[in-house]
Ligand binder design. Sequence first.
Ligand code: FES
Ligand SMILES: [Fe+2]
Length: 401
Amino acid sequence: MEDFSTTTVAINKEETKSLSGNAYTDPEIFKRERYGLFRYLPIMATPVCLLPKKGNYVVSDIASESVIVTRNEKEEIQALANTCRHRGKKLLENDISPVKPQKGLKSIVCPYHAWKYDLDGKLVIARGDQANASFKHLCLRKLQIQESAGLVFYHAYNEQYEQVKNLENILGTLKLNKAKISVRKTYHVAANWKLWTENFLECWHCAPNHPELREVKGFIDQFEAGREDLYVNDAINWGIQAKKKGWIQPVDVDFHVDSNLFHFNTNMPLGGDTLTASKDGKRMGATLGNADGLEGGAIFGCIGPFLFYIAYVDYVVLFTIKPKSVTETDVELIWMTAEDFYASEEELTWLWDTTIQQDIKLVEETQSGVSSLHYISGPFQEDEYRTKGFTSWWKRWNQKQ
Ligand code: FES
Ligand SMILES: [Fe+2]
């Protein structure tokens, strides 16, 4: 991916408006995103708890690109293109969303003509042509792996992303490598992936659309009423409580672009007596890792457009965004908890399962609107500064193509 983060771009009026309609509807633009953007962005393949031993694996799909992430004989994690080097068949299907490690692979055998690869992606048996040494060099294509804060990422960028490394400083105290996946759900969204990312980067739509989120997160009504002072008070009180529990909050980073990748993370007090994001504000399980001080607040952030996270004292939700086609996106939510989490699935997923369905409706209806000939790019309001930052980031990438 060519460096476009440091490019000086004249901030013209178009930069301050939303994207044009074809950014969300044109299959040619989606194709360019596949070639020049998606493959270089960090994709969160799985929490590492699904890869404890050699041979454990997951399959991760973005658009037409499928990747096998597995632990090899030397116990190293590898990301291998899920495309056979013979006729190109997809090797392993992605038809389950495991919450526990899948049975280990000893090798990867293509279901078509039975070529066999080892867990490093090296072709070991080309059926029917064992004497033909010229095949022996064939390997499944490899991508870079980065493991951080108990999560495994892959990408084809030529460097390791600092933002991914830094996730350890943000979520490391949660010890997600020792946590369990309690629930995971995939939601199919009939909209372009960018509309989803834009929605998740602002909460200005929260007051009119998310009554449950409003109950749990005091700041929505405080901001709506122009009472930022109350939010500041809550933040100070939470900070004092957290410190007493020996927990040091990660440093807030607001929307920022470096190495072509945007990211942010913010500490958010929940306000009042709310300890965690549950229906009654009370805990639903033991502390995740060593993050006792998170009680009464949350850490919210993202790394690029495809991974958002929100962490509370007793659970974390990972939101992975997976473009499928120009107007289809899968959004997967993974709820992780400590081993001794005691609430029901319904209680655990209540807030974000409800909120996400409200967002799906908004985003799908926005897709209808931007597909109309009557759509014209619109201005951003002040609270949408992250969404504006994202659209500027995307425009800069697009101009470089
Ligand atoms: S396509 Fe895989 S062995 Fe033929
Ligand atoms: Fe929302």
